[in-house]
Design a protein. Structure first.
Length: 474
């Protein structure tokens, strides 16, 4: 890791600190200030908006893969400018289609409004995704991070203003999210000013060469899109089943618990953002070593972070008594950050860097199929919310293990014993927290974690020494 990589991490980490602050406001303050139903409708918008990327057909992902590792001066700026403009026109059309379908086929007035706001969000979100991927691919992480900071800061400031004046209705909070997207999109246009995105006069954008490159980007990106979509659907299908079989309020309460469990993911994203371009610049023979060191670092931290479950659960139950019943699911859901983080930070970037997108897609499709089966059984047949929530962690663990077994084979490294230890530690945490609970449950897991650290002491010492050498060189 050189000085540039450290700076890239600092920029990404800084933007994710702001993201964490916003997540904390949404997760901790918003449900305290507004009713359960209003908060649940905001969560419904956030949930639906995670699937907005479908409307880009993999276009941004294709740009990221094609340009990852290149210098900004090397990219075809004219072609990218025209692609972004074509995409913006397409999203305007799709906004009208999705909005019209929402008006015609959704009966619930509030859910209809949520879908209309989702459709409007297409216009700022998708072109912004393309611009962000250009910045990320060319390692312009300072501008990338600034864009994220602007988006989250606008949302945070808007939400605080709404809370101060006592606004209760959900759609105002959703509009503050959309305003954040718009402001960050404007910054992206400014930071990519040499693309001349605001030039409209006498420009033919539908040129054959541009359309051919667009088709190539979509052809590459659609595999990643479907892999990402399938990855989101692993948990999404279970959440949809909960919303359909219980209520939007139950959906909101479970979503709150998932949001708390995912707070740690904010910091993991700081590393995941810079991982793909960094791997593309690495020598192929170094990938196995980097992988082994990276997974050791992240797993020690993630498994250690589980000890914060008890104080977090206790404080949140006092702070949000209306959600105390659903917060007990933290005992089951908290370990989801372990599997989600390892997948997004290490496994997915490696598979993309090795051009194994088809395998990533296949792994996610298999897991989604399993998600459909478990959701039908737990929500529709057994109508058991406990089992439905537990299936989320099971599915994420299944995907993580499946993907890592394949990746370790490709890299020719043996991590089966490490995987077994990590799974055992996760099971101990869930059993101790759910069935024992309290200080006793925390003590059981703490002892198990210390035993794990003792068994991994040589690896931990090696990673610590390597980190110290990197810091001294920087």
């Amino acid at each position: 890791m050189n000085r540039n990589n450290i700076l890239n991490f600092v920029y990404a980490f800084g933007s994710n600190v702001i993201t964490l602050l916003v997540s904390m406001v949404v997760t901790l303050v918003l449900p305290k200030a507004i009713s359960v139903r209003e908060y649940s409708l905001v969560q419904l918008y956030v949930f639906y908006s995670t699937y907005i990327g479908i409307a880009a057909f993999g276009w941004p992902e294709g740009i990221l893969v094609n340009y990852a590792g290149k210098d900004y001066s090397e990219i075809d700026k004219e072609s990218l400018r025209k692609q972004i403009k074509i995409c913006a026109i397409l999203e305007c059309f799709l906004t009208g289609v999705l909005g019209g379908l929402s008006v015609c086929f959704i009966n619930d007035t509030e859910k209809k409004l949520v879908m209309i706001l989702c459709s409007v969000s297409l216009i700022p979100i998708i072109p912004r995704l393309m611009m962000l991927d250009i910045l990320q691919a060319t390692s312009r992480f300072k501008d990338f991070a600034t864009c994220i900071v602007i988006e989250k800061s606008v949302y945070l400031f808007g939400s605080i203003c709404l809370l101060v004046i006592g606004v209760q209705r959900f759609y105002w909070y959703i509009l503050s999210i959309v305003l954040g997207y718009i402001c960050s999109s404007i910054y992206c246009v400014v930071s990519l000013k040499d693309l001349n995105l605001i030039r409209f006069r006498n420009e033919k954008i539908f040129e054959k060469a541009v359309l051919l490159e667009s088709a190539e980007n979509i052809n590459i990106g659609v595999k990643i899109l479907f892999a990402t979509l399938a990855g989101n659907l692993i948990v999404g299908i279970v959440r949809i089943g909960i919303e359909k079989q219980w209520s939007v309020e139950v959906f909101g309460k479970v979503s709150l618990t998932i949001s708390v469990a995912n707070l740690l993911m904010v910091f993991i994203n700081a590393v995941a953002t810079i991982m793909l371009p960094t791997l593309r610049r690495s020598e192929s023979e170094q990938l196995g070593t980097v992988y082994t060191v990276s997974r050791c670092c992240i797993m020690v931290v993630l498994l250690g972070a589980l000890v914060f479950y008890l104080p977090m659960n206790t404080l949140l139950s006092i702070w949000l008594p209306e959600y105390s019943e659903s917060l007990r699911y933290m005992a089951i859901l908290f370990p989801m950050c372990v599997f989600s983080s390892k997948t997004s930070m290490i496994i997915e970037p490696y598979l993309k860097a090795l051009h194994k997108e088809k395998w990533l897609l296949m792994i996610n499709i298999v897991t989604v199929s399993l998600s459909v089966i478990t959701t039908l059984i737990t929500t529709y047949w057994l109508h058991n919310l406990d089992l439905a929530v537990a299936s989320i962690v099971f599915l994420l663990a299944f995907r993580c293990v499946f993907a890592e077994l394949f990746l370790s084979t490709v890299l020719d490294v043996n991590v089966k014993m490490d995987m077994a230890l990590e799974l055992a530690l996760t099971v101990i945490f869930i059993v101790a927290s759910w069935f024992v609970g309290g200080i006793a449950g925390l003590s059981i897991y703490a002892v198990a974690y210390l035993i794990y650290l003792f068994m991994k002491r040589k690896d931990v010492a090696f990673v610590a020494n390597m980190a110290l050498r990197v810091v001294r060189r920087a």
